[in-house]
Design a protein around this ligand. Sequence first.
Ligand SMILES: [Mg+2]
Length: 288
Amino acid sequence: MTYDGLFVDLDGVVYRSEHAVPHAVEALSGYPGRVVFVTNNASRTPQTVASQLMALGLSVSADDVVTSAQAAAAHLTTMVGVGARVLVVGADGLLEAIQECGFQVVDHADDADAVVQGFSPAITWADLAEASYAVARGIPWVASNTDMSVPTARGIAPGTGTFVAAVTAATSVQPVVTGKPHRPIMELARARSHSLNPLVVGDRLDTDIAAANAAGMDSLLVLTGVSRWQDLLAAPAEQLPTKVAPDLRVLDGHTDEMTRALQDLVDGLRAGRDVGPVVDVLHQLPQA
Ligand SMILES: [Mg+2]
């Protein structure tokens, strides 16, 4: 691999709930280039994320973490001037990102030059109503992401996308979205890392890999999270990765029969070849 940096997703790649994914810490610690962690989670600050990763044994600073909240704030600087007044519907991570970009936070729709929306478990009807009043005035509206669900210890709960959808339903307006599968978060990671040829690493075809393709970056799908190799067979071209592997050991050059068959599958799908024979091989291999 000739990449000079990694843009790495968190959940399903580095950890699952509070446990490190097998081989992830070793592979990322040994990687010689710049590693940036790229997360759609807009509610936590980069420092909070970095602290969690350090507890797993990684050497990470807040500067190594790019969030969809930071991407939203950075994108807003292209839509309204520095010092503009922004109505923030979200949690600490988004508030901090907005303030770091030089914006003034307001809490009343009539005072706002723009609206930015992200996840918070404390969002109320009054917050969504305030956002709707402001959005209906036609001012810029940026959402950190539109993930419809968020995993919790008790199961699947409504994510940012459901709150964004509520405002869209009320106003018939669509926001600009900066998190994965959209490209702004990857462009912010590129600007942060100065990486010329990064590899995006993720566990989801419809977010991580789609964002990499949208930003024109190569990508690696690891099968330690949501997407399975079978999902590749039904994936549209814009969700096909450059590479696929059972886990992050591939970064150290580790390979085996499974890894080679998986890569044959992706190469075949990208080239539009008949992948029937390699699918047969994969079905006969013991599953990773
Ligand atoms: Mg993930």
